[in-house]
Each structure stands twice: as C-alpha cells, then as structure tokens.
Design a binder for this molecule. Structure first.
Ligand code: PLP
Ligand code: COI
Length: 362
C-alpha cells in the first residue's frame, strides 16, 4: 500500500496537572540514563476496522487501561520504533530521517497484520509530543530525547486473527548513553543454540517477539561475561545483535554489512554507510558468514567490527566469544570517526548534506 498525502489530525490536548516541576525535571536531565524516566505526556491514536485512525490525543503520561483479553497480551501482536530528537546549540529541536522510521513502522505493521499509520500522522505525533514536552529535550553532550512509538492489538478477543481494534502510542524519555560507561568496545557472545529470527519469520519487523526471543541468549551472554549477543541465521551467516546491526571494515577500505530478509534494516546503519560512501569507501550489503568474520580477523583482512543503532549510535566490538573460543577484535578509527560525523549532523554541528534532519519545534 502506498502512503498517499494525508490530512493532518486534530489532537485533543489534556495537560498533565501532576507534571514534574522544573527542578525535578532538571535533576533527571542531569543524568537521564536510558529508558527509565519518561516525559509528562504521551500521544495516543485509536484505530478500528470501521473507523480507521481516530481520536488522536495528547494526554498525561500514565498507565494504559487494557482489557485482560486484549489480543496483544496473548498473541504478541505489537510493533514499535526508536527515534531521537536532538537539541541544537541555538535551542531548536530536530529529529533524524523520521520518514524512514515511519516507513519501517508500516513494514512492521504489514508483517504483524496491523494497520499502517501514515507517515504524516507518525511525524505529526512526534511534533505534538515535542510541543507539550519541549523542556524535556536535553541539551547536554550526547544527550537526546528518545521516542518510543508503538502499536498493539487492544481488541478483547481470544480468537487468533488480526485485531479489529488497535492503539498507537508515543512515549519519550530523555536519554544519555545507552551503555553505562559511554562509548567503549563491547564484548559479544555468539549465540549458537538460539536464533533471533528464521526464514519467513518476523526478523525484519520491529516487533516485541523478536526481543523476547533474544532475552535468554542475552542472559547467557551476561553469564559468559559478555555485553551483547550476536545471532547467526540457519546457514551460519551473521545476522545482528539483539538491538543493533553489525558492520565490518576491511583493510582495503570496503565496509560490509550482512544483508538478509531476517535482519532489521537499521536507519543508523544506512546513514553510516552513506557517509562511508561519501568518503569514497566501497559499501557492500551481502551475506557474511561467521567463517569469513573469524578468518578475516585472524588474517588481518578485517580491521574493525562495530555495532550501530539509534539507542547506542556506534559501538566498537572489542571481543567475540563463543563456546570454546575468545577472539579480540581489531580496533581502528573508522567507527568512531563515522560516529562523530553522524552525531555532528544530528546535533547541527555539521552541514546536513542529505537533508536528513526535520525540525520538530517549529
Ligand atoms: N537491529 C535491531 C534488532 C534493533 O532493535 C535496532 C534498533 O532499532 C537496530 C538493528 C538498528 O536500527 P536503527 O539504526 O534504525 O535504530
Ligand atoms: C533502538 O536503537 O532504537 C532500539 O530499538 C534498540 C533497543 C532494543 C533499545
């Protein structure tokens, strides 16, 4: 289905009378962490089979009333997104490639048999939330406002079929570094007993079930002393981490990332690869086997491996550990230099040549 021009929605705004006061908010913004402190408001739009998207609201952040039979609680019909707002030095607030997150939310919706939210409504929801929670967009170094748009089946019905009543919500949290301790190389556990996704499954969709299935292997990674887990597909090709894509840098200047229909198409990855191409580097999107990774590191062909995603931005991989082996990963300059270029664009410190930024507060 194409996303045709859509008339703006008219949001009913209910102010949060119990909103945090400026001193409380500032205390949180000093050290926001990730995903624990939320702004004072949230957005919600209903969808029904007969009525389409309706009842757009901005309301106080708080619990969602849900029937115990709501289909999402039983069959996991849910999707989400992750996107940030960045405060520039002049105080203005911008987001990054929201059309891409909107398109990915629609792709995820198709796979999960949920209704597609038009791009215009998606971007409008970001603007509506920023309009009421503008003061929550932090201005510290590497800080941002992390938006979590999500959609789920709220129809109370235990039959297994796509729900006829759905809700879209948008919440937001001020965010510092995703990994406590800032940008430092992470160690990765190779999950050989568990898969994140399978052929024809939901790997390319951003849906809660993929993350649920990554939790046990992630716990295994912690047990093995690693920070993150990397998944392989059934052919032994590298897929991605639980919440980040993987990129390999070769000594001849090629920048290679796994491609498969079970990987989430990262917007950070796409942007970094574009910046690499702009520098004249050759970018390859193709299958990368575990063998190629391990051989490439052993013989010096691979000079860097890094992970990337909205929450964590760019994180060098410092070690790969699996059953019976542990290999240090080579460290280079490209990951951190691309990270700097990307964040310079996002924070308005460098020209936005590709027109990726969208201003939200005006
Ligand atoms: N892969 C997974 C499984 C993710 O959860 C994410 C994070 O959103 C990514 C990759 C990276 O995607 P993006 O760069 O769009 O945040
Ligand atoms: C993001 O980077 O936006 C993600 O969704 C990853 C997440 C699992 C925190």
């Amino acid at each position: 289905m194409t996303d045709t021009a859509t008339a703006p929605l008219t949001f009913a705004v209910t102010r949060n009378l119990a909103a945090k006061n400026p001193a409380q908010r500032e205390a949180i913004l000093q050290d926001p962490g990730f995903g624990t402190n939320f702004t004072d408001h949230m957005v919600d739009i209903c969808w029904s089979e007969g009525g389409g998207w309706h009842r757009p609201r901005v309301q106080p952040y708080g619990p969602i009333p849900l029937d115990p039979a709501a289909a999402v609680l039983h069959y996991g019909q849910e999707i989400f997104e992750g996107i940030k707002a960045y405060r520039h030095a002049d105080g203005s607030v911008h987001t990054f490639r929201p059309d891409r997150n909107a398109a990915r939310l629609r792709n995820s919706a198709r796979r999960l048999a949920l209704p597609e939210l038009p791009t215009e409504h998606f971007i409008q929801s970001l603007r509506e939330l920023v309009a009421v929670d503008l003061d929550w967009v932090p201005s510290g170094a590497d800080q941002s406002l992390y938006f979590r748009p999500f959609m789920f089946a709220k129809e109370a019905f235990l039959g297994v079929r796509p729900a006829k009543k759905v809700a879209y919500y948008l919440i937001a949290c001020p965010a510092g570094s995703y990994f406590a301790g800032g940008v430092k190389p992470v160690s990765i556990w190779l999950s050989e007993n568990y898969a994140r996704a399978g052929k024809g499954g939901t790997g390319a969709a951003k849906t809660g079930g993929n993350y649920a299935s990554s939790l046990l292997p992630q716990a295994e990674a912690y047990e093995k002393g690693c920070d993150q887990v990397v998944f392989l597909d059934q052919d032994g090709n590298v897929e991605e981490l639980g919440g980040m894509n993987v990129v390999f840098v070769f000594k001849d200047g090629r920048v290679v990332t796994p491609e498969s229909d079970s990987i989430l198409e990262g917007i950070t990855r796409d942007s970094l690869l574009q910046l690499a191409e702009d520098r004249g580097l050759t970018v390859e999107r193709r299958a990368v086997s575990l063998q190629e990774w391990r051989d490439g590191v052993a013989n010096g062909d691979i000079t860097e491996v890094f992970a990337c995603g909205t929450a964590a931005v760019v994180t060098p991989i410092g070690a790969l550990k699996g059953e019976g082996f542990e290999e240090a990963q080579p460290q280079g300059d490209l990951a951190l230099s691309l990270r700097e270029e990307l964040t310079d664009i996002q924070y308005g410190r460098r020209e936005d040549k590709h027109g990726w930024l969208v201003r939200l507060d005006a």
